[in-house]
Design a protein around this ligand. Structure first.
Ligand SMILES: [Zn+2]
Length: 61
């Protein structure tokens, strides 16, 4: 049950403010192993499966 701590350490959530909508933040999940973004909370990613501004800022494969 304590393994959840280890898993959390492998990912980091980074908030990046949207360029087009002030006050709106991308909650980008970054994989610490690769240093690349793997997911985001916004519609671009969650609905369109397209890497968004936030993900591109961090880096995306
Ligand atoms: Zn996003």
């Amino acid at each position: 049950m304590d393994n959840s701590d280890q898993k959390q350490n492998r990912y980091e959530t980074i908030s990046i403010e949207s360029k087009v909508r002030e006050g709106v933040f991308h909650q980008v999940i970054k994989d610490m192993d690769t240093g690349k973004a793997i997911s985001c909370s916004c519609k671009c990613w969650s609905k369109g499966n397209k890497p968004c501004y936030g993900m591109k800022t961090i880096g995306y494969n």
